[in-house]
Design a binder for this molecule. Structure first.
Ligand code: ZN
Length: 508
């Protein structure tokens, strides 16, 4: 039986369409999911939307729509965006889905039965955009430190979750599983927060009507974050403890932004512990994308729309640029010039050109066929295969730590080396000297193998283009990582397919 890999992303509030930063997270998770599928795992990739937010209810009201109808429309819009970016999830969960409501109520009930939910009075500053309370000392000039807007003073009777009781157990969890929180900088932040002391948190609201009712007290709805986090077990089949749940849970990786690590690395595992459910294997807190050094802001008109960016060259080049240029574990910069530059140099010149000229020469010198030869070797080919075995030796670990940029830069070493191989072998000269040159066959065959293998390694990032390259090579077996470790997969006499430019030259 294949090993499973259950990966999730944060679910997004539907009060605005996704911006580039949101897309970056989903693309990173999709690349990971595709890599794991290619490596033979049974992957379950969960994405979705978070609908029970006061912000969402507010937007619906502004648009004069029933909240649920507004959410239905927005959920569709989100799915359209993700499809345009070639993100292939297995389920798109909505927090208004019936199974999720059941799951939230069951978890709430269970934590209550175990004695970790109690009723109390809460008073504090609440930022509706963050959907969380702030302490006086956390405010900046009396405003939310993130949104710079004035929070509301709220006083209400709420249900509380006894988070304070879990500090030691959380520290033990983090110590026992050093990879529970990545990257390391995020782990250190979380350990500090826990060591500074945890307070119980309010997990219901009595002033809201939009939300999931507390199962034993209909006057309250479950706090939106408590509700949202539970989507990860709903996606795995909770509250049924059936084959699906025991297969999928615990999740292998929650991919989230670094601003919500406290929810995922403190509150979430504590909630699960309180209900007797295992904590997830790993939470990865990625960095933020800035626009030429500036924070993107919708209100300031500096937020980039991922769909219009993908319209320029297609989704794959955008995915490539983001994964190559911005290391997943830290903040990065989207620079429009670099985006065009990467397209021209890495994609059109390096990768596209290698494919185009290799396949054209096969047509020209060998009537569209490649022939394997025996007993020939070449130092460039040996070097190439050395780099490849290096890549294959560490690729799984590179992916597990989301070092996708590192994998890509190594793959580009291969691609550039292949181009140098074309130049040094000069097949046009070989042909001129001897039409039946065995060296020419060796060169063309080696190049086709190089392209076939590099194309597998590129696949998780550029799936559509990889499939087109497979078509041009005229190979139709599925793309798997195993195929990348076999040199000589293409049989002698194999006929290539129809050639078309993969990265058309584009006006900047
Ligand atoms: Zn805020």
């Amino acid at each position: 039986m294949n090993r499973k890999f259950y990966i999730t992303t944060a679910i997004d509030y539907v009060n605005a369409l996704p911006h580039l930063g949101t897309a970056y997270e989903k693309i990173g998770a999709d690349v990971m999911a595709r890599f794991k599928r290619m490596a033979g795992y049974d992957v379950f990739f969960l994405m979705g939307v978070d609908e029970h937010s006061a912000n969402v209810a507010k937007q619906a009201k502004l648009k004069n729509l029933d909240t649920k109808i507004y959410c239905d429309q927005m959920a569709q819009e989100f799915e359209k965006v993700w499809n345009k970016l070639d993100i292939k999830y297995d389920r798109f969960i909505r927090t208004t889905d019936n199974d999720h409501i059941k799951s939230v109520q069951e978890l709430f009930r269970r934590i209550n039965e175990n004695g970790d939910i109690y009723k109390g009075k809460y008073a504090g500053w609440y930022c509706i955009s963050c959907e969380r309370f702030y302490m006086e000392k956390e405010l900046v000039n009396s405003n939310c430190p993130i949104h710079n807007t004035k929070p509301q003073w709220l006083e209400e009777e709420n249900y509380f979750f006894r988070l304070s009781a879990y500090a030691q157990r959380l520290l033990d969890l983090i110590e026992k599983n050093p990879r529970f929180i990545e990257p390391e900088i995020r782990r250190n932040e979380i350990v500090n927060v826990i060591k500074n002391g945890l307070e119980d948190i309010s997990v219901s609201r009595s002033s809201e009507v939009w939300g999931i009712p507390v199962p034993f007290d209909e006057k309250h709805v479950v706090y939106v974050w408590f509700d949202a986090l539970i989507n990860y077990i709903t996606g795995a089949g909770f509250p049924e403890y059936d084959d699906k749940f025991s297969k999928l849970w615990p999740a292998d990786m929650h991919v989230i932004g670094k601003d919500i690590t406290r929810f995922h690395c403190i509150i979430w595992p504590a909630m699960l512990m309180a209900a007797g459910i295992e904590a997830p294997q790993k939470v990865f807190g990625h960095g933020f994308i800035y626009l030429s050094g500036e924070k993107m802001s919708k209100s300031a008109g500096t937020a980039l729309d991922p769909v219009s960016l993908a319209q320029k060259y297609g989704a794959d080049p955008l995915r490539y640029y983001l994964m190559r240029e911005i290391p997943f574990d830290r903040d990065g910069d989207f620079v429009m010039e670099n985006y065009h530059q990467r397209y021209q140099s890495d994609l059109a010149n390096d990768w596209g050109n290698l494919i185009q000229r290799t396949l054209s020469m096969i047509n020209k010198y060998r009537d569209g066929k490649v022939y394997s030869t025996r007993n020939l070797s070449n130092p460039v080919v040996e070097e190439w295969r050395g780099i490849l075995s290096d890549i294959l030796g560490s690729i799984e670990e590179d992916y597990n730590t989301m070092r996708i940029n590192i994998v890509l830069s190594k793959v580009w070493q291969l691609i550039q080396l292949s181009n140098r191989f074309v130049d040094s072998q000069a097949p046009w000269k070989l042909y001129k000297q001897d039409k039946n040159s065995e060296e020419l066959d060796f060169t063309l065959y080696s190049l086709v193998e190089m392209i076939r293998i590099a194309n597998i390694l590129v696949y998780p990032v550029m799936p559509t283009i990889s499939n087109r390259v497979q078509d041009q090579l005229n190979i139709n077996y599925p793309i798997t990582l195993d195929e990348a470790s076999v040199w000589g997969r293409i049989s002698s006499g194999h006929a290539i397919g129809k050639i078309e430019p993969i990265f058309p030259k584009s006006e900047v």
